[in-house]
Design a protein. Structure first.
Length: 364
């Protein structure tokens, strides 16, 4: 532990004597004068000896010179840069606008980025992009469900008529196992981990779960297509938010006398965003129809292939039943025949009717 150093009266006098020639001495020279026998490394204003000298100077209202003095750089946005930020804050994040203005090598810790965020804090929150004030952080890793229970929770979260965990059918268990597999693919985890906003993560996850939770027969190519479709859902939702915010800005500019130039730019941006949204919806529709048609064709083919086997099974069942019925009929027939043959001996019947014994019949 470093001990505090206090100047003696003699050292204090030596320090003050350095000002006699009218020039401000350097802090290093003052330390050398007060402590002439120190190692060279201690002749620094940051050492304990340097702090002791500076503390004494502060008491006397004096300040020694330094070799170099750090001056914090100041930075201010120009009016043109502020106008750019105001016009684009509804569709771009702080770091995106900073890099657009000052180059793509600007880091989040750069003074320029801090100034942009500072200016954003003066703008109405209704205008600013929803995530723009948040710190620009790396996407958080996503953990997919690993157990049947957690997968059921995901399904019931996004599907209105979900699954009854206490009464699962065999096909439902198969679907759950397949869904867990779909959500453990590298592309799914990578895609959902790119979203920083929770609402975007939830929208992507909900879209994928709703599309695939009841489809245990998807190929790897189809899983990738459903991931793309879910990502398109997020893109479309974000475009809608952008259009709404741009429209709010346009309405505000219409009320201002000096907003004509900005209004024209906003109108153009709204048109571009709406075109992007329409293209996104078209991609979703095309991809969904393609997936439906592909799966329908595959299921139809499987049904046709299984149809011959089912028919054979039904025929075998019918043949078995028919043979069984024939055997029962033959047994019944043979039983009746035997009974009829037995009853056909009329002499025995007559004797029994008349009450005659065998001896009476034989002896007349």
């Amino acid at each position: 532990m470093k001990k505090d150093i206090t100047l003696s009266d003699e050292q204090k006098k030596t320090v003050i004597d350095q000002w006699k020639n009218g020039k401000t001495p350097m802090i290093k020279d003052l330390i050398v004068a007060a402590f002439p026998n120190l190692d060279e490394k201690f002749y620094d204003g940051r050492s304990n000896y340097g702090r002791a000298v500076k503390a004494y100077l502060a008491e006397k209202g004096l300040e020694a010179g330094v070799t170099s003095k750090y001056v914090k750089k100041t930075f201010s946005l120009t009016e043109e840069q502020k106008e750019f930020i105001y016009n684009n804050c509804s569709t771009m994040k702080a770091l995106e606008m900073t890099r657009e203005l000052f180059g793509f090598k600007v880091s989040p810790l750069d003074q320029k980025h801090k100034e942009v965020k500072k200016y954003l804090s003066t703008i109405d929150n209704k205008v600013i992009f929803s995530d723009v004030i948040k710190e620009d952080t790396e996407p958080q890793d996503y953990t997919p469900p690993k157990t049947e229970q957690k997968a059921i929770t995901k399904i019931n979260k996004y599907v209105h008529d979900g699954l009854d965990k206490n009464n699962l059918k065999s096909i439902e268990k198969k679907c759950i196992a397949k869904l867990i597999g779909y959500m453990h693919t590298y592309r799914f985890i990578h895609q959902i981990s790119t979203y920083t906003a929770v609402k975007n993560k939830d929208l992507f996850e909900s879209s994928f779960v709703r599309y695939t939770y009841d489809k245990p027969d998807l190929t790897q190519e189809e899983v990738d297509q459903y991931i793309t479709l879910s990502a398109e859902m997020v893109i479309g939702a974000n475009i809608q938010v952008r259009v709404e915010r741009l429209q709010e800005l346009l309405d505000q500019c219409a009320e201002e006398t000096d907003g004509k130039k900005i209004a024209m730019s906003l109108t153009e941006s709204i048109g571009t965003a709406q075109t992007e949204y329409n293209q996104c919806i078209n991609r979703q529709t095309k991809l969904l129809n393609e997936l439906k048609e592909k799966r329908s064709q595959r299921l139809s083919k499987e049904i046709k292939e299984n149809a011959s086997i089912l028919n054979l099974v039904e025929m075998w069942k019918e043949e078995e039943s028919r043979v069984k019925m024939i055997k029962l009929a033959e047994l019944r027939k043979n039983s009746l025949k035997e009974e009829m043959e037995r009853l056909s001996t009329l002499d025995e019947i007559k004797c029994r009717i008349m009450g005659l014994t065998e001896e009476e019949v034989l002896n007349g």
